[in-house]
Structures are given as structure tokens and as C-alpha cells.
Design a protein around this ligand. Structure first.
Ligand SMILES: O=c1ccn([C@H]2C[C@H](O)[C@@H](CO)O2)c(=O)[nH]1
Ligand SMILES: [Zn+2]
Length: 296
């Protein structure tokens, strides 16, 4: 178990810590809890679902990487399947601040990359910033989404983001978490195929510049990341950030990356290549392989 996770576990109420330990120490722990696991944790700890989620926030925040702020934010996205997905903020020394991942984006992307079809709520240990409120307004559940904060009554996203600007203002009916399947051709290299699969499922209704990333880990397996656009453009999550979220939540250091592949569309109106290369370089990862393809 990584030291910050162990530290967070030690700070949990004793009954919860005892019940959580077997999950957190399992090699297969992937920073999420199924509905059955949540029920078992509630039974063992005597906590309501909301109090359990509050108690798990420090576990989520223990995944934070904060070389710039040392400010640890933890979030939990509640999937419609009943599974809870942890997330934490991620900062990149030597890269522009725009590359930062917020905890809410991490938890939500974690659920999306795990093929959850929608969310019911998001819990965070600090009030969500404007950028995160806007990011959440892109979700297919934006009208029903509940925001949970410790010591605050649950409120709808629209309580936190009145008079919202969203996809409809740009004439887009698609929303984030709607199933996507862009018709990319296949490729002989399995890692490139993984990046193609991610690009195919990416969400880019504004530019149609679908893109995905695959990061090979220890030359054995990989994690992928999908691009997620936003109506307000800036809160869009690049595919590299999406993949780095999954890498971190699966417990791998950036040094475990042995190859990085970006797939994007040939002659698209925007490109992730230079920003992804720069962020990877700041992390000490070289080089980025870029494959550009046309849609079939
Ligand atoms: O809603 C918020 C606000 C801030 N942060 C992170 C971003 C950055 O890493 C640090 C300081 O802003 O906190 C979040 O994760 N979520
Ligand atoms: Zn935020």
C-alpha cells in the first residue's frame, strides 16, 4: 500500500479502518467500491451512505499529486450502477497550470473510463470551483446531479451553477457519458489499437477532433484515456490527463510508463500533440508516438 493511502487509513474511524484494510491492501484494489462493498462497509462501520462517503474522502484525497499547492482534494463520483469512484487532484511541476486535473474531474473521468453510463452524485471535500461546476454541467445527468459536501446539505448542481452555459447554447444535444463510437480503422499494433478504442469513445462534439491516449505500463499492459470536451472549451479534459488519472488511481508511478501513444484525426481543427508532448516531457516521459487516422 502506498504511504499516503496507509496514512489516510490510519486516520479513519477504527471500525471503518478495520473493514477497509482488506480492500485497500488487495493487489486488485482500483480506487473504487462496488455497491455490495459499500453495503458491507456501512454494516461494519455503522455509517449511513453519506457519512461513509465523507469518511472515505481522505482516502480519495490520498491519491492527490500536488507538487505546486500541497492542497489535497478528494472526490467520489457515484455511478448509476451503485459503484463509487475515487478521484484526486493532480498537478504537474514544470508544465502550465492549465494542465492541472481537479479532483472532481478525476473521479468523474474514473467513472467514465470504467464504462459507467451516468452518475447520480459527486462528493468533494471542498466546495467545487467554477471550472469543475462547468465541467459537471457537460454530463448527461447535469439536470439531476447532486453535489455532496461535508457539513453541507446536499444540493443540485444547478444550485451551484445557476443560469448555466452548456452544450445546448452551442446547438449540441450530445452530453458527456452518452455512448460514443467513432468509426476509426484498426491498426496492427495492440497499443495503438488501445489508443484508437479510447479515441473512438472520446467526447468531442464541438471540434470532432476525437482523440485518445494509451500509456504502456512496464512493457506489459496499459491504461488509456479519452478526450472529454466542454461547451466552455477551457474545462475540456485532454486525453493524456484522462490516462494519467487512471494510471495514478491504479497505483502506478509515471516512471512505469514504457510507451505513450496518442491517436487523433488527420487534418483535425485542433491537436493534442504538442501539449501532450510537453506535459509528458515535464514528467520525464519521452517520446510520444502520434498516430493520425481518418474516420472510415
Ligand atoms: O474544485 C476544486 C478546486 C481546486 N482543486 C485543486 C486544483 C489544484 O490542484 C489545487 C489548488 O487549486 O486544488 C480541485 O481539485 N478542485
Ligand atoms: Zn475544480
Amino acid at each position: 500500500m502506498n504511504p499516503s493511502l496507509l496514512h489516510a487509513l490510519q486516520d479513519c474511524p477504527p471500525q471503518l479502518a478495520q473493514a477497509l484494510r482488506p480492500y485497500l491492501t488487495a493487489d486488485t484494489f482500483n480506487a473504487s467500491f462496488s455497491a455490495e462493498e459499500i453495503a458491507a462497509l456501512q454494516q461494519a462501520s455503522g455509517l449511513s451512505a453519506t457519512d461513509l462517503a465523507v469518511a472515505l474522502l481522505p482516502i480519495a484525497a490520498s491519491y492527490a499529486i500536488t507538487p505546486l499547492s500541497q492542497f489535497h482534494v478528494g472526490a467520489i463520483a457515484h455511478g448509476v450502477s451503485g459503484r463509487w469512484y475515487l478521484g484526486a487532484n493532480m498537478e504537474f511541476a514544470l508544465a502550465p497550470l492549465q494542465q492541472t486535473v481537479h479532483a472532481e474531474q478525476s473521479a468523474i473521468t474514473h467513472a467514465w473510463m470504467s464504462n459507467e453510463t451516468s452518475l447520480t452524485g459527486v462528493m468533494v471535500n471542498y466546495t467545487p470551483c467554477g471550472h469543475c461546476r462547468q465541467f459537471m454541467n457537460e454530463l448527461n445527468c447535469a439536470q439531476q446531479l447532486t453535489i455532496y459536501l461535508p457539513d453541507c446539505a446536499p444540493q443540485s448542481l444547478h444550485h451551484y451553477l445557476p443560469n448555466a452555459f452548456g452544450p445546448k447554447d452551442l446547438g449540441i444535444t450530445d452530453t458527456l457519458f452518452d455512448p460514443q463510437s467513432q468509426p476509426f480503422a484498426s491498426h496492427p499494433d495492440p497499443l495503438v489499437r488501445a489508443a484508437i478504442e479510447a479515441a473512438s469513445q472520446s467526447y468531442a462534439p464541438y471540434t470532432r477532433a476525437y482523440s485518445g491516449i494509451a500509456l504502456e505500463i512496464n512493457a506489459e499492459h496499459w491504461v488509456t484515456g479519452r478526450y472529454a470536451e466542454n461547451a466552455a472549451f477551457n474545462p475540456s479534459l485532454p486525453p493524456l490527463q484522462s490516462a494519467l488519472i487512471i494510471l495514478q488511481l491504479q497505483g502506478y508511478p509515471v516512471s512505469a510508463i514504457t510507451r505513450a501513444v496518442l491517436v487523433e484525426i488527420a487534418d483535425a481543427s485542433i491537436s493534442q500533440q504538442s501539449a501532450s508532448e510537453a506535459t509528458l516531457a515535464a514528467l520525464g516521459v519521452h517520446p510520444l508516438e502520434t498516430v493520425t487516422l481518418t474516420l472510415e
